[in-house]
Each structure stands twice: as C-alpha cells, then as structure tokens.
Design a protein around this ligand. Structure first.
Ligand code: C5P
Length: 222
C-alpha cells in the first residue's frame, strides 16, 4: 500500500484533529497537528513577554527554540525546549492570541519548512489551515472539513469540559468566529478551501462517520 499524504484543513473546532487522529491510527500513519506548532510558538512568546505583533522578535526567539512533536496515545505531544507543553498550549490565553502570531509570514515560513520535512516520507495525516494550499500541495488526498459555528462551539465546549478548561458556549462561539475571521482574512496563507480539496460537512456526522468517509477516500488513493 502506498504511503500517501492526507491534508485536512478547515476552521476552528470542525473536528479536524479528533478525526485526523482516528484516520492516522487506522492507516498506521503519523498524525501531525500543525496548529500545535503555532500554539507552541505563541506560548513561548507570551511566556517571554514578547510583543506578539513584533514578527522579528518572535522569529529571533524561534531560531533559538526547539519545538518537537512526539506521537502518543492521545495523538501527539508537543515539547518546547524539552518541556512538555501539550496541555499549556490549549489554554484560553494561547487560543486567544495564536491567530496574531500565525499571521506573520516569517514565522509561517519556518514552521512550514518543518512540517514539509516531517511529511516528506509520506504516511502522514496533517491537519491545519494551509496544508492543502501550501504545505503539502501534492497531497494525494485533500479534505476541507467544516461545520456550523454553533455546532463547533458546542463541540469545543464539551471538549473543554473534558480537559477541565472553563468556558461558555457564547464565549466560544465568539472566539471561534473571530479566529476564523483572522485566519481567513490574513495575507499570508489564509484559510481557504483548495481547488482540489473535497468538502466534508461534519455538522450532522458523528466522529466515526466522518473518519470512515475519509478512510474510504484514502483507500481509493493507496
Ligand atoms: O488547529 P488549531 O485550532 O489548534 O490552530 C490554532 C491556530 O493556529 C489557528 O487558529 C491558526 O491561527 C493557526 N494555524 C495556522 N496554520 C495552520 C495551523 C494552525 O495558521 N496550518
């Protein structure tokens, strides 16, 4: 069987990471959560009190930072300079600021190069915002996953509850809508459906149904 690249893009809370993890596990592929990398950079910049609009300062910091991803039972662990930040990068503070950092073209350039290296041998399921349009333009399977903002906020709420992160549906709906706006209106690699990506609306699909749909499409490419 061919070790293909599967690119999954879409707005916040569409179910990308949950579904991508299941698909990767079923195919014995590596799952790569690129959002975690932007979150890791944001986390460290905030910790070091770097102004988040200062793209040059963040780049300087990033050049002296080791970001590593490690597959785990839960999907993927993220380390910044050897410290496990997998939980910390999901905080409300990082979530509220990550889109500002991700809008910097110089930061994207560095992270995209890392992502392309990680996917070079194939056998990967990578999720993010610009995977099909920029990172893995030649991916054999490209999915653009979405769901209504109400459904996405509801899912995030349940997810936060599980993780012990306090939130309300109303605030999540606002946060998600704002993040979508920032991510789709930025100049550098905005969130957009690639021309050759298949649209998957997960509003009325269970996690398993969505995963099965992608697995079916993947099998046709392998
Ligand atoms: O996927 P997740 O919601 O964790 O991503 C966090 C943020 O990282 C997004 O809102 C977006 O600003 C940024 N991101 C990006 N490009 C990617 C993945 C994530 O700009 N490929």
């Amino acid at each position: 069987m061919k070790k293909i690249q599967i690119a999954i893009d879409g707005p916040a809370g569409a179910g990308k990471s949950t579904i991508a993890k299941i698909v990767a596990e079923a195919l014995r592929f590596t799952y790569i959560d690129t959002g975690a990398m932007y979150r890791a950079v944001t986390y460290k910049a905030m910790k070091e009190n770097i102004q988040l609009h200062d793209a040059e300062a963040i780049e300087k910091m990033l050049q002296q930072t080791a970001i590593t991803l490690q597959p785990s039972e839960q999907g993927q662990l993220v380390f910044v300079d050897g410290q496990d930040v997998s939980q910390a990068i999901r905080s409300n503070e990082v979530t509220a600021n990550v889109s500002e950092v991700a809008a910097h073209a110089n930061i994207r350039e560095i992270l995209v190069a890392m992502q392309q290296k990680l996917a070079a041998d194939g056998g990967v399921v990578m999720d993010g915002r610009d995977i099909a349009t920029h990172v893995l333009k030649d991916a054999e399977l490209k999915i653009y996953m979405s769901a209504t903002v109400e459904e996405r906020a509801h899912r995030r709420f349940l997810d936060n509850e599980r993780r012990g992160i306090p939130s309300t549906i109303e605030s999540l709906q606002k946060e998600i809508a704002l993040r979508d706006k920032l991510d789709s209106e930025r100049e550098a690699s905005p969130l957009i459906q690639a021309e050759d990506a298949l649209f998957l609306d997960t509003t009325n699909l269970s996690i398993d149904e969505a995963a099965q749909e992608i697995l079916k499409l993947a099998q046709q490419k392998m």
